[in-house]
Design a protein. Sequence first.
Length: 404
Amino acid sequence: MPTFKYKSATRDGKISEGSLEAPSRTDAVRMIQATGNIPLHVSGKGLSIQMEIKLPGFGNRITQKDLVIFTQEFYTLIRAGLPLDRSLAILAEISEKKKLSDVIGEILHKVEGGDSLADAMEEYPKAFPKLYTSMVRTGEVGGVLDVVLKRLEEYMARLQELKENLISALVYPSLLVTVGTLSMVILMAFVIPKFESIFESVGQSLPLSTTILLTTSKIIRFYWWAILLLLLGCFLSVRYYFRTENGRFLLDRLKLGAPIIGGLAQKIETARFARTLGTLMNSGVPFLQALKIVRDVLQNRVISSALDKVTSQVRGGKGIAAPLMKSKLFPPLALHLIQVGEETGTLDQMLLQVADNYDREFQTAVKRIIALMEPVMILVVALMIGFIVVSMLSAIFSINQLPL
């Protein structure tokens, strides 16, 4: 039977840790609840091992994953009926990241001083984005903080899952590129030079492919430092430009116009727009305020700037479907579903459905592209190595044909 590690809290706020055996995680949670305690964190013993390399200045930033865990635990405590101040005190105590623990402690201090939770969180925008604090404020005013925290947790968990799936999908192609590049560099820097002296001693003109190969090898061996400096300079220059407003706008426009990447960029932004707006509406955030938050959440500058025009038309009294249709920001199917949701009064639910659809489409498209990239990368590496082998063999054959 699996063993689970857990953290739980009593009704008076005392924290306890331990382990127990249960058929599943759900059963483990029920067993903890049966004791009258509140389960804060339950994980399989063999699955919860995390390896962290801590470097000075790194690893203390509050990440989205940290915020997801914080929200899950916060929801559990509020849902169990614990007061806000006691919940925050428990969260500050059990947080494994010092930076987050300090921020929660400062928020607790402000709440005890009379600030609302949302006002206190707004003092730390790097930890709690505008979307988060706006939804918390709505939950406080409406007396449904637990409901809002649950929606926030679901929203952020979906985004985190999408991000982790994308990173996992890119691991193997990245490994192929790295291995292929290193193989080529080793061949050009260490293997080819061993044949160079043999070819030069013969004094015979070599085939063009062999000449190109030997010249490239010399450049890599003698001017590697210049190549590295040039690549580094180009990288830093491009990186600096694309961090400017004009550069970022140009890059986002290029992304949308690219043959394959453009479709992926549109799908992910459609899902992000729909999920964010649907979650905010579902939580009772005023529509115009929700649109402003969505604009800040979108990562593509071209789409977010076009959304400004949509917002101004909505402010003028129009619905959202017609302005979105004119802007052509998103795929036709998404726009028609949004129009149906607006007409039937179920816009928030329809937006969440659109988000689910395009999340799935994005992940499916990425998997297909990765599946095609793998054989293409292998073929490219094979062709490059084949070029080296053929070039060397053609030179050797030409030497063997010389008259004695």
